[in-house]
Design a protein. Structure first.
Length: 365
């Protein structure tokens, strides 16, 4: 099966951009990614990824949760469940979506949901426009002291109820009320990047907190510094790389938006001594075919695509696997999404077979 197939002639589109070798490792990069090529030696590039889903929504769900069936916990929820949080002032799992041009595929909040895990482990979506978190500011006339009085009273009522019913969701509400109160102080400080020097802004290719992908890459580094355990960045509100046609126009713009910020993030993490303990994973929900019916684009390809990892103990400067000569099927060291998840968890110190949650008598993982 091929997505978008309508019984028309399939046309292979030749490579549109020159590739050349970068770094001491000689990694191959398109000239659309010159800055990313500058940090090639930090990357382990996996060229033989495979997934089970051929359309966006189930493929998003599969990449984030390990199944195409909605309702299971996301990777970020599993990770914060397994490792806990390093900060009391911010969520352990933050999701950043960006604004900018291009075609958007919708993305649902279940991609960062906690599923059957306690809801305190779900991701918190920081908005790209306006207040990053809704109601982070108190209404006019409500001081921090008055807000503290209200929260204390509500917490006491919740604790009385929890003593009777022992409900983990009440325990979650108690902890999250406290978290929300602390976030009213910590979030404004987080997003105020006035303390960032110009050379750092230039490194990411951003002028400030404008909701762009570049600004979110900088925000991700600030979240890492503050102990947020899992940070997920989306390029736009969904897939803006969905170029069934006009791929030259689409990908040139998308690469221009992401090349400098991603390279800047890796370089900034490294110069601050954070890359060794921060695992960076880049990719989409599937790849693209070498052919399409429209002739100037590429369709959905779950059979062979590329992702990369850097930092977090990953050995950089290496390539794993390969596709066939047309870039359609993984033929060398095929790596399923489940393999990626197991490797991901291993790199951060968790055994994917032992990280379980007992649900109605069954150990889920």
């Amino acid at each position: 099966p091929i997505a978008q197939l309508q019984g028309k002639k399939l046309t292979c589109l030749a490579p549109q951009h020159e590739f050349k070798k970068y770094g001491e490792s000689g990694q191959n990069f398109s000239n659309l990614f010159p800055h990313l090529g500058g940090v090639a030696d930090e990357m382990c590039i996996i060229r033989s990824m495979k997934t089970d889903a051929i359309n966006h929504d189930p493929a998003h769900t599969f990449m984030n949760t390990g199944t195409t069936i909605s309702g299971r916990p996301s990777m970020g929820a599993w990770l914060t469940y397994g490792l806990g949080a390093e900060t009391d002032n911010l969520p352990g799992f933050v999701v950043l979506t960006s604004v900018g041009g291009g075609q958007n595929q919708p993305i649902a909040s279940r991609q960062w949901h906690s599923g059957f895990l306690p809801s305190r482990f779900q991701g918190v979506h920081f908005h790209s426009k306006g207040d990053p978190v809704l109601y982070v500011k108190n209404p006019a006339g409500v001081t921090r002291e008055r807000q503290r009085d209200v929260i204390t009273a509500v917490q006491q009522l919740n604790q009385l109820r929890n003593e009777l019913v022992q409900d983990q969701e009440i325990s979650t509400r108690i902890s999250q009320y406290e978290m929300a109160f602390r976030m009213q102080a910590s979030v404004p400080k987080l997003i105020d990047i006035s303390d960032e020097p110009k050379h750092v802004l230039d490194l990411y290719g951003t002028k400030g907190s404008d909701g762009s992908f570049a600004a979110n890459c900088l925000l991700a580094r600030r979240l890492v510094e503050r102990g947020v355990r899992f940070i997920q960045l989306y390029s736009g509100s969904g897939s803006k790389w969905d170029a069934h046609s006009k791929i030259e126009q689409n990908h040139t713009a998308r690469c221009r938006e992401s090349d400098v910020p991603i390279a800047g993030l890796l370089a900034d993490l490294e110069q601050r001594g954070l890359l060794d303990e921060t695992l960076v994973v880049w990719g989409g929900e599937f790849g693209r075919t070498p052919m399409s019916e429209k002739g100037d684009g590429r369709d959905h390809n779950p059979y062979g695509f590329t992702m990369w990892m850097a930092g977090g103990g990953v050995r950089g400067g290496q390539v794993v696997g390969a596709t066939d000569d047309f870039g359609m099927h993984a033929v060398e060291s095929p790596a399923h999404v489940h393999d990626l998840h197991a490797t991901f968890l291993h790199a951060i110190g968790l055994n994917h077979q032992k990280l379980v949650y007992h649900l109605q008598g069954r150990p889920e993982r």
